[in-house]
Design a protein around this ligand. Structure first.
Ligand code: CA2
Length: 205
């Protein structure tokens, strides 16, 4: 929901473009080898299958009235494409980039480019494991990172992202009255600067 702006002589009023609140949409992205969950390395990654994990995520999403879509790929390019496409279709992303966490500047760049709030999840505590798993290329562009809680980490991420997005929407929905501040000497009026931005960027978000 994009805010729209009206400009008036005395005040700048910001209000949401539509009255109703749409359902939040969250994309859950599973990286390489996570399709093997529950079949091998159970001492590290647990016994739950990816299918069962996705069902648990869907169940919580329903309770939170969130729409979730899950996807898994072993290919870095495919993950990048899904993240790019999420920009216009989702409000946020939950991602376990698996081994690409520690190698992929492409996934980091895609997350930064779409600008959607993104939560990085790891089943294991990557900071307690081998040194090469301590570095995450994703953490620096993520809203937050959850590691070491097994499948519960995805549910914590969903709750956290839901709260983050829902709070943002509540704030957006409340009309905000912004009284103009005294203009610094030599600067143009706010109204005129906003008009320029609307003309050059199409809208102001
Ligand atoms: O702890 C995590 O969630 C990881 O993202 C999992 C990745 C690993 O490379 C990261 O360092 C931490 C590995 C995913 C592989 O998943 C498997 C699951 C079952 C059997 C074999 C691999």
């Amino acid at each position: 929901m994009r805010p729209c702006w009206t400009l008036s002589r005395e005040v700048v009023l910001m209000y949401p473009a539509c009255e109703h609140i749409d359902m939040l949409r969250i994309l859950v992205v599973h990286g390489p080898n996570l399709n093997l969950l529950g079949t091998r390395e159970q001492s590290i990654y647990g016994t739950l299958s990816l299918e069962a994990l996705d069902s648990a995520i869907t169940k919580l999403a329903k309770a939170l009235a969130v729409e979730v879509t899950q996807c898994q790929s072993n290919s870095e390019g495919e993950l990048v494409t899904w993240i790019q496409k999420a920009r216009t279709r989702y409000d946020g992303i939950i991602i376990n980039p698996a081994a690409y966490t520690h190698t992929s500047i492409a996934i980091r760049d895609a997350i930064a480019a779409v600008g959607l709030p993104t939560v990085e999840v790891h089943l294991s505590n990557i900071h307690q494991r081998e040194e090469f798993r301590h570095r995450s290329y994703i953490a620096g562009v993520a809203l937050g990172q959850i590691a070491g809680f097994g499948p519960t980490g995805y549910l914590l991420a969903l709750r956290g992202l839901h709260d983050h997005l829902a709070t943002g929407r509540r704030q957006e929905k409340t009309p905000t009255l912004v009284t103009p501040r005294r203009r610094a000497k030599g600067t143009r009026p706010l109204r005129s600067r906003l008009k320029d931005r609307i003309q050059s960027e199409g809208s102001i978000e």
